[in-house]
Design a protein around this ligand. Structure first.
Ligand SMILES: Cc1ncc(COP(=O)(O)O)c(C=O)c1O
Length: 390
């Protein structure tokens, strides 16, 4: 399916000709989101919520609209959408509240596949409460997190499972529906880090059944911000840290200070962009480019792609991979690719606990390349040629 081939023109940040495989660290912003943000700033609506004049009413209307857009995008009730500066900040706020509900000896399961933003906040919360964190182990050879690795750690003391919806390092997507089902049978809550999942696969939170879902709009063509969906019972019951005038029920208890209205306008536009293009279409488009990228790299004898079982190991995987080139540091490879105007990331990419199972150096990590909706076959070929010329 080729209908996405013209999308590149929608991203002003691509006009300098670079092939941007750094999407997993943050995508370029779609034109409608850029316009929505500047239009908001120009509109005179920059006010505050709950006022008795039109600009203030426009702020309230914006929150309602962006929550509705997020609800359509993620398949969950709009009332549960909490907007914050980033997923890290949102999960810190969540776990700070969760910590107050934990007792000494309680248990939390995190995973070695996860980004540190869905591990460290839980570790801090556990430490403060005298609870324990157990790490479910990914399989470094397949790059997968087996459901049993989580299920096998559940006990009658397990209060939360914090699990990746998609690895920001190597793309693999655990079976979060099954994990949630098993955890719920045990009376355990589930928080999914959907940051690397949301832009690549149609997500339906209601069908997954999880209790918390985190995403960041700068990974899906919008501004830098985090959106945290919290299930309705937890939303009002967890002891959120808040100041006295902040709302005592609903999403407002979790949001600190005046929202960044312009950012909300950008999130709304980026969300609408995904809904209009269709994440299913994006998935199909990305998958083709990813197959080309993975098989091209896999077939080079001097390249090792981490956590894949073969050149066509693309099932249940967001279009992201990490690779090493024999005899060269990841940083040197990234610098070499930059000479051909190919942007890739190098390092551990905050997936700290995944480095050892993947057989990668904890500090140097590997080179990470991610396909997004604006990557073309020509971009993939440019990356492959640059690697093969090393
Ligand atoms: C999978 C994953 N989780 C969490 C985060 C943290 O997101 P934020 O930068 O919004 O705090 C990232 C950022 O790279 C990520 O890729």
């Amino acid at each position: 399916m080729n209908t996405l081939n013209d999308l590149k023109d929608r991203f002003p940040g691509l006009s300098n000709g670079w092939a941007r495989f750094d999407g997993p660290a943050g995508t370029q912003v779609v034109d409608t989101a850029i316009e929505a943000m500047s239009e908001w700033q120009r509109s005179g609506n920059n006010a505050n919520s709950h006022g008795s004049f039109p600009a203030a009413e426009a702020c309230d209307a914006l929150v309602e609209r962006v929550s509705e857009t997020m609800s359509q995008l993620l398949g969950a009730d709009p009332e549960g959408m909490v907007f914050g500066p980033s997923t890290t900040a949102n999960l810190m706020a969540l776990t700070r509240a969760v910590s107050k509900t934990l007792s000494p000896g309680d248990e939390i399961i995190c995973t070695t596949l996860d980004h540190s933003a869905n591990v460290s906040p839980w570790k801090i919360a556990a430490e403060e409460a005298g609870a324990h964190v157990y790490m479910a182990q990914m399989n470094g050879k397949t790059g997968r997190l087996p459901t049993e690795a989580v299920a096998g750690l559940l006990t009658n003391k397990t209060k939360w499972v914090a699990v990746s919806g998609g690895s920001n390092a190597i793309g693999t997507m655990p079976d979060i529906s099954k994990i949630t089902e098993i955890a719920h049978q045990n009376g355990t809550r589930v928080a999914v880090d959907g940051v690397h999942r949301t832009p690549h696969i149609k997500t339906d939170i209601t069908a997954i059944g999880c209790d918390v879902y985190a995403t960041s709009s700068y990974k899906w063509y919008g501004p830098h911000a985090g959106v945290l969906w919290i299930a309705s019972d937890l939303l009002s019951e967890l002891p959120a840290y808040k100041i006295r005038p902040a709302p005592s029920i609903g999403a407002g208890r979790w949001q600190y200070g005046t929202p960044s209205w312009e950012t909300l306008a950008g999130i709304e536009a980026a969300g609408q962009f995904l809904l209009e293009v269709g994440i299913e279409n994006i998935s199909e488009y990305e998958q083709k480019r990813f197959e080309r990228l993975l098989s091209g790299l896999y077939d080079m004898p001097k390249v090792r792609v981490a956590g894949v079982t073969g050149p066509d190991d693309v099932a249940d995987r967001a279009p992201t991979l990490m690779f090493l080139v024999e005899g060269l540091s990841p940083e040197d490879v990234a610098k070499h690719l930059a000479e051909s105007q190919v942007a890739v990331w190098n390092g551990h990419n905050y997936a700290l606990d995944a480095m050892e199972p993947l057989g990668l150096d904890q500090d140097q990590g590997a080179v990470r390349a991610g396909v997004t909706a604006y990557i073309t076959d020509a971009d993939v070929d440019r990356l492959l040629e640059a690697v093969s010329s090393l």
